[in-house]
Design a protein around this ligand. Structure first.
Ligand SMILES: Nc1ncnc2c1ncn2[C@@H]1O[C@H](COP(=O)(O)OP(=O)(O)OP(=O)(O)O)[C@@H](O)[C@H]1O
Ligand SMILES: [Mg+2]
Length: 245
């Protein structure tokens, strides 16, 4: 059984079809990429999975359970975490405090194991490589580190599935390379990762398998080297030579 199954999902906004009859499965333990032109429905798909939008048709099944249209707080409790395309942090809180909020929310059902909580916060910061900045204000971090902090926040909720929406956008090449390593370490820690990205080099190098959307439809899926050679993918996305966000 796949960890996540998206079954014949449709999502419209008025007359616009953002996601069209989409079937997709994510296996436990993989790093999956999701690519496609601007406006091809990638973020909308994550929004449908995490309960921000209810699909017009179709279903989302997670670990065999139908979670279609369940609200985001319920989805989070099922150990699905995500990061957003725009960085959103508590700028006036320190790095550690930002992670503590997430960690605390995830553990509110547990009884106050403060030492355990502190350790998991530091583990998350170490994993993304920003533990030395733990007492800095989040707003004082350079952009690349703010993105890393976003990842630490998501990781601190101890997800089983982590959805990342363009975690590399705005990063310089050095930060990009570091982040790809971080994503691999997150997988080694037992988390399944599904990752939207426009940085094709990074995604082709960092994923086990890549799915490609165009106008809300899946047009290709497979190992990076297969997808890169796919004619429909080259025509709609890779071969355009156009600069994308
Ligand atoms: N809340 C909304 N209301 C109306 N239209 C929306 C809404 N959210 C998304 N759309 C539209 O749905 C389509 C898919 O958008 P989406 O954000 O999913 O694309 P994307 O693949 O994530 O693009 P990008 O690579 O630019 O982030 C676009 O045409 C977008 O304008
Ligand atoms: Mg998007």
């Amino acid at each position: 059984m796949a960890l996540l199954e998206v079954k014949r999902v449709w999502k419209h906004f008025g007359g616009l079809v953002a996601v069209r009859d989409l079937d997709l499965e994510i296996e436990e333990g993989e790093i999956r990429g999701l690519i496609g032109p601007n406006g091809s429905g990638k973020t909308t798909l994550f929004n449908v999975i995490t309960g921000i939008y209810r699909p017009d048709r179709g279903s989302v099944v997670y670990r065999g359970e139908d979670i279609t249209g369940k609200p985001p707080n319920v989805v989070t409790r099922k150990l699905i975490a995500r990061t957003f395309q725009q960085v959103s942090l508590f700028g006036g809180f320190t790095v550690m405090e930002n992670v503590r909020v997430a960690s605390h929310m995830a553990r509110r059902a547990e009884t106050g194991d403060r030492d355990g909580e502190q350790k998991s916060i530091m583990d998350a910061l170490e994993l993304v490589g920003i533990a030395q900045f733990k007492d800095k204000l989040a707003s004082d971090l350079p952009f690349g580190h703010q993105r890393a902090l976003q990842l630490a926040i998501a990781f601190a909720t101890r997800p089983r599935l982590l959805l990342l929406d363009e975690p590399l956008s705005g990063m310089n090449p050095k930060e990009t390379a570091e982040m790809v390593h971080v994503i691999r370490r997150i997988r080694e820690a037992g988390v399944t990762v599904w990752w939207i990205e426009h940085n094709v080099t990074a995604i082709m190098g960092g994923c086990d398998k890549v799915s490609v959307l165009n106008f809300g439809q899946k047009i290709a899926e497979g190992k990076p080297e297969e997808v890169q050679k796919d004619q429909a993918v080259i025509e709609s996305y890779l071969g355009t030579g156009e600069k994308v966000a």
